[in-house]
Design a protein around this ligand. Structure first.
Ligand SMILES: [Zn+2]
Length: 384
């Protein structure tokens, strides 16, 4: 007997990824989509198209549409009919809280649990309830947190007979949008499915236009666009503007968001040096004369860069290292400012400016001198 799963199919990226992953892993899948008074029904139309495509390819998928409109008419949310306008901006910003639907995931999960128990009774099978929950889901959506689902499952187990036959499955718990999309790509490859066609039939935007096209500007759009970009893919759905325009806007939103984050996190000098490629004065930084044993990490993102064994006294007034950590993969960039040609070094993870590298370092270690600003690094002392 094939493995059995039920899941909620919203028509978004995460649940669509869960679906193709389950199929690739050999599950028979029953999907539930909810009508709950959402402002548009495009997500359901697209979910139906994907189900039809998967069925045409011979996959064992059932699709049920559950109408919760009258119950959820009682609720207040920008996502629902009659609610306020959907805010634009970064998905981590406070204003995105208007896009929360109160207690939505508890309601959806309750229905899935009852459905899974029923499937288990009918078919005499153990049933997994697959959820696309991931740790990258944001604090704005507290009902996306893993601990919420753990608590729900515990309550459902206590409150039902035969609950040992049903369990939550959270394949993406440790993932984020990018790793989920990558997994979907792999699942599609292994099933011989057309990835673009499947993701063309998804929608992430909360406020598409009449033709179902997204502006690319809502928080969830930005997150989606950046995930496709991170995998060097072009999102197959149509946006109001061309891909290059929505991508540039998403990157700008991300930059502004990160910039605000760094301004908050860093001192004025650290921000000036690491984010604006500044230079601290020689012999003034925290670490030019640092001799303790330990590790040096990026001040912005904590990426490991150097260890104290790589440090040497160059006399130049800035922390100097002859090598970088094996995993640091520091970016080397040609720098033609101030009428010189130098090699700038930047953090490979967050693009922080670190300093420059010169070829007058100690010969026995390869001859390089990483001349690094103290303001771009943190030092963590370590015992042997
Ligand atoms: Zn960094």
């Amino acid at each position: 007997m094939s493995k059995r799963a039920v899941m909620a199919l919203s028509g978004g990226m995460d649940s669509t990824s869960v679906l193709v992953r389950l199929l690739a892993d050999g599950y028979k899948v029953s999907c539930v989509s909810y009508l709950y008074g959402q402002k548009h029904s495009i997500e359901l139309e697209r979910a139906k198209k994907n189900i039809a495509y998967l069925q045409s390819k011979g996959h064992d998928v059932v699709h049920e549409i559950v109408d919760l409109t009258s119950a959820m008419n009682l609720f207040e949310s920008a996502l629902l009919e009659g609610g306020s306008d959907v805010p634009e901006g970064h998905y981590e910003e406070e204003q995105m809280k208007a896009t929360v639907v109160p207690n939505r995931n508890a309601i959806f999960a309750s229905i899935l649990y009852g459905y899974a128990l029923s499937v288990s009774m009918r078919e005499g099978a153990n049933v997994s309830i697959a959820l696309g929950v991931h740790s990258g889901d944001h604090e704005i959506y507290p009902d996306c947190r893993p601990e919420f689902y753990t608590a729900l499952e515990h309550a459902f187990m206590i409150g039902n007979w035969d609950s040992e036959k049903v369990s939550f499955m959270l394949p993406y718990l440790e993932g984020d949008k990018t790793s989920i999309l990558k997994d979907a790509l792999n699942a599609c490859d292994s099933l011989g499915l057309n990835f673009d066609r499947i993701f063309e039939n998804t929608i992430t935007s909360y406020n598409p236009d009449g033709d179902g096209r997204s502006s690319g500007r809502s928080g969830s759009d930005v997150e989606r666009i950046l995930a496709f970009h991170a995998l060097d893919l072009v999102d197959p759905i149509e946006y109001v503007e061309p891909w290059t325009v929505v991508l540039e806007a998403a990157l700008a939103t991300e930059r502004a968001h990160k910039d605000a984050y760094y301004k908050e996190k860093l001192s004025e000098l650290q921000y000036h040096v690491s984010r604006l490629s500044g230079t601290e004065q020689a012999f003034t930084g925290m670490y030019w004369d640092e001799k303790r044993k330990g590790r040096y990490t990026c001040v912005c993102c904590e990426h490991l860069l150097f260890s104290s064994e790589m440090k040497f006294d160059s006399g130049c007034g800035w922390p100097s290292f002859h090598s970088e950590d094996r995993r640091a993969a520091i970016d080397h960039v040609e720098d033609r400012t101030y009428g010189m040609v130098r090699t700038e070094v930047r953090c490979s993870k967050c693009d922080a400016h670190l300093g420059h590298v010169f070829d007058d370092g100690p010969r026995e270690h390869g001859g390089q001198r990483y001349c690094i600003n103290s303001a771009s690094i943190n030092f963590e002392e370590m015992e042997e």
